[in-house]
Design a protein around this ligand. Structure first.
Ligand code: 0L1
Ligand code: MG
Length: 236
């Protein structure tokens, strides 16, 4: 597919591309995303959800969440690799059993651990502008991530305070409850979208549940820290 190739080359060359002119539907967008990941030539390390806050969906004029795929090299965050990166605080879950159906996501042990996370998003489109379909094709802007120390999953740990700091200054405070109203819902929502696109979420996979506050530009040399009550810290 031409768009997958163009997005792959945009990431490699750090040169953003214009919005695609042709319309395509969500199913086609996920096919392009899969093609893009094949071009990357890496296994998956996990999945992520995007548009998990009502405010962001309203701002973008969309009414569903989006699913992206994570790869091991995204764990090597290096500002020099990106086009116009932004960073946002996330809740990260560790998947404890293979999820191929929504029912699997509801079974005990679907999630075994939780951590404070950071996601780097970097649209391969000019000016970070996209439609729902074009951002899905662009693997939901996924570009990097960092995860703090894992803590055994406790279902009571869901509505927790979040402090997002850059260079020692608070830039946002929030709550993990801003993620889907309850970040625990991310497991079922990720399963629903994964089933829709024919993807299984493997045991040991990482699940980035969504952003707890707005994203901020990621500058070269910046010290970025997210601290989540009871879960601990992650630093970039
Ligand atoms: O992870 C996210 O919520 C981002 C999804 C894609 C939209 C964006 O690039 O802001
Ligand atoms: Mg995100």
């Amino acid at each position: 597919m031409k768009l997958a190739q163009a997005l792959h080359e945009a990431a490699l060359s750090r040169t953003p591309i214009p919005q695609p002119v042709d319309d395509f539907d969500v199913a086609t967008a996920y096919e392009i995303q899969e093609e893009l990941l094949t071009l990357r030539g890496e296994p998956l390390s996990g999945v992520k959800l995007g548009f998990t806050s009502e405010g962001k969906r309203r701002q973008m004029g969309v009414n569903d969440l989006i699913l992206g795929r994570l790869t091991p090299s995204m764990a090597e965050v290096d500002v020099a690799k990106y086009i116009h990166p932004r960073v946002e605080p996330e809740v990260a879950y560790l998947v404890g059993r293979r999820i191929e159906t929504v029912e699997d996501a509801l079974r005990p042990g679907a999630v075994v651990a939780v951590a404070a996370g950071l996601e780097v998003i970097d649209s391969r489109y000019e000016n970070f502008r996209f439609s729902l379909e074009s951002v899905i094709a662009d693997n939901t802007s996924a570009a990097g991530y960092a995860i703090g120390p894992w803590k055994a999953y406790d279902p009571d740990d869901w509505n927790l305070g979040v402090l997002f700091e850059i260079d020692g200054r608070p830039v946002h405070v929030g709550s993990t409850g801003a993620i889907l109203g309850d970040p625990r819902r991310a497991v079922v929502e990720a399963a629903r979208l994964a089933v829709q696109v024919g993807l299984a979420i493997e045991e040991g996979a990482l699940l980035l549940a969504g952003a707890a506050t707005p994203a901020e530009p990621l500058r070269e040399g910046a010290r970025v820290q997210v601290e989540i009550q009871r879960l601990g810290k992650v630093v970039l």
